[in-house]
Every structure is written in structure tokens, then in C-alpha cells.
Design a protein. Sequence first.
Length: 53
Amino acid sequence: MTVDITCGKCGEKISTMQMLKSVKDVMKHYNNKCPSCGQVLSVTEFLLDVEKK
């Protein structure tokens, strides 16, 4: 199973993971900002969208 983390503002794919990591750990790498548009990303308020492929 893969997990994609995308920016809620611009839709930029920030990370694709094979194993589930905490959102906080992934966002820390980007200083809690979308690398594409600079939108501040919250590690406590996020949408989890699960799709079966």
C-alpha cells in the first residue's frame, strides 16, 4: 500500500510512502510548508483520503 501526501491548497504531491509514517515526521522535513506553494501545513488538521487501487 502506498500513501500520498498532497497540499490541500495547490494539490502538489509532497510525499509518497510505502510504509505509513506519522504526518508530523513527513511535514518536519518541509518545515511544515508545501514546497510548491508555501502554504503552511497543519500536522493536527489534515484530511485522510484512502483509495483502493
